[in-house]
Design a protein around this ligand. Sequence first.
Ligand SMILES: C[C@H](O)CC(=O)SCCNC(=O)CCNC(=O)[C@H](O)C(C)(C)COP(=O)(O)OP(=O)(O)OC[C@H]1O[C@@H](n2cnc3c(N)ncnc32)[C@H](O)[C@@H]1OP(=O)(O)O
Length: 717
Amino acid sequence: MTQDVTTDNGAADSGAFTLTRQDNGVAILTMDVPNESMNTLKAEFGDEISAMLDEIEADPGIKGVVLASGKPSSFVAGADISMLAACETEADARALATGGQEVFDRIERMRPTFVAAIHGAALGGGLELALACHYRVCTDDQSTQLGLPEVQLGLLPGSGGTQRLPRLIGIQQAMKMMLTGSPARAKQAKKYGIVDDMVPQSVLMEVAETYALKGKPAREKPQRSLMNKALELTGPGKKMLFKKAREQTLSKTKGNYPAPGYIIDVIETGMNEGMQAGLRAEADAFGKLVMTPESYQLRQIFFATTQMKKENGVEGVAPQSVNKVGVLGGGLMGGGIAYVTATKAGKPVRIKDVRPEGIANAMKYSYDLLNKKVKKRFMRKTEMQKQMSLLTGSLDYNGFQDADIVVEAVFEDVDLKQRMVADIESHCHEGTIFASNTSSIPITQIAAKANRPEQVIGLHYFSPVDKMPLAEVIAHAETSDSTISTTVEFAKKQGKTPVVVKDGAGFYVNRILAPYMNEAANLILAGEPVDHIDKSLVKFGFPVGPVKLLDEVGIDVGTKIIPFLVDEFGERFTAPPAFDKVLADGRKGKKNKKGFYLYESKNPGKEVDDTIYALLGLTPSVSRSERDIAERCVLMMLNEAARCLDEGVIRSARDGDIGAIFGIGFPPFLGGPFRYMDTLGVSHVVERLRHYEQEVGEKFAPADVLIKMAENDQSFY
Ligand SMILES: C[C@H](O)CC(=O)SCCNC(=O)CCNC(=O)[C@H](O)C(C)(C)COP(=O)(O)OP(=O)(O)OC[C@H]1O[C@@H](n2cnc3c(N)ncnc32)[C@H](O)[C@@H]1OP(=O)(O)O
């Protein structure tokens, strides 16, 4: 027998919490925030939860409490991020953290045993809530994930997470989770010791109830190897561990992100001075971080991507269902596209290549990635086999008849791609969409001889496909709305964030990347050392410098797009002619171990191949500051991004920001090119462009749209 209790205890009732008493002495505390698809924690719940805890404490009939979510597919997604915008001072933000800490402390100290029953996402404050419970049981479902992703918002866990997780699973593993923000899937969570049990969803509540009746656990210290004991449990060991963590973090962040440093400091305080000191430091740091510009920008990225998840490219046009997919070409891109289609979208994929080795390579791409997960015990072998069975190959169009979308990732050659369009039109069904993964050829040209041009579209992925989150969806003038919405939805199923862009040379991402790369090349020719240029832009916040990026992408591939850009937009895209010498010298970059960097040395890719200077007839020497170098390259990108928005290549500043961050690695803490221009002020951007126009040349002439915006004192947002 169960009995529902309404909270009639003076606290405002949000309707988010229900307490159901059962005869077996277990009460179920269900969180189900009305009118929201996911539970998030809000400041105003504080009094209500406290009142409910009073009630539980006062009822001797309640021996255990199972804390569960009323949402069908998630537990609690953390503190409500939108609530942070209302904080006007550090003290406001600190108070939010302290409020959460007090409630969670109380849960930990409660007389009845609390068990968190987790299915789906338990993130940020959601996991912190679960960590305050005495036990955690989760489902073995794919959707279950437990993590502290606050760092990705420029924050740190503010409700006890920095203190409870290290005490539960050890400092190193906990710190890694907080510094990367990567969540653990169910199997990992069990392996790390975050949860006490992992069970099928059908028995989650039943198992959680048995834990609730078990009494509080006598928690042992996390299991540690001898080495880890020395590192985590002794004064000198801890000192060394935190010092190393600081060094590694600084070498990654270049000082651009304040949150990771605070995470390390606060964990250290708690580990050396105890839980209470740790919690105080945590709340202080949370207060400071909420007010930083970095956190503000990172939170805007969260809101933008959440908004984009709901869009399908054309308002009101429903996508067609995609039940089977074809991939043409089993190279690196084809292999990656097949992988995300089978593993993320869960759709059968037929891969065609002209050579059996091509198909084998594509299969191996998926096999290797999945096998890694199995080896790390993050995935069951049966699941891997299930996903691998979705991939099949063929040397002809056998098995393509029922493909709803075919993605082409063959050699960059217009005639070849047009032939592929014709082949797909004759071998597949009438509704099959032809999506080209070209990075340089305008889709209009690929569709030029198509019988059904409305079903031809661009779907441009970034390498490596399994990691890079962006996909550009490129509609040419005749692409139908239904083709757009189906392709956008398909890319989302593959785990991508699609941005719809207009057809034209370079689309959006490569169009803004090219002038930036060209400027880096011009600086080399002006005598700046290659590594000085790369360092300048890494310090600015890019994941790799432009010259290193060219080596990674392939110098031949990276420069292929230039003639298309010059054709369409003129001189400002011209690459320095000396670059022909680089290609003529057989330098293609990392792939043939010959580029701007050395690849057959002790530290492959880390040292510059000095012979490049002799080849270009240069004697390198530093004559410009890192700041100036970064400014010159980045201004070229900003100027082009503004033109893209003005010409409708991208539909909004938001799309332009997300495209640059997810496709190029534009520093997320700056919010993307458009948010960065707003921070600098458009008139400042124009003034700096004019400065370089005078000093370097006409290619720096500010875009008309920027001049107009500066005159009218406008911003992009
Ligand atoms: C004090 C604490 O330490 C501080 C914190 O907890 S900060 C917050 C930490 N938590 C996070 O960063 C998690 C953020 N959320 C996510 O990553 C993803 O939403 C998710 C993985 C949970 C789910 O992804 P997905 O299934 O694709 O759903 P998604 O569309 O993103 O979200 C569904 C809805 O929940 C909302 N939502 C999810 N997490 C939210 C959060 N923490 N705050 C506010 N809204 C949130 C989304 O805005 C969206 O709302 P809408 O439908 O009204 O637009």
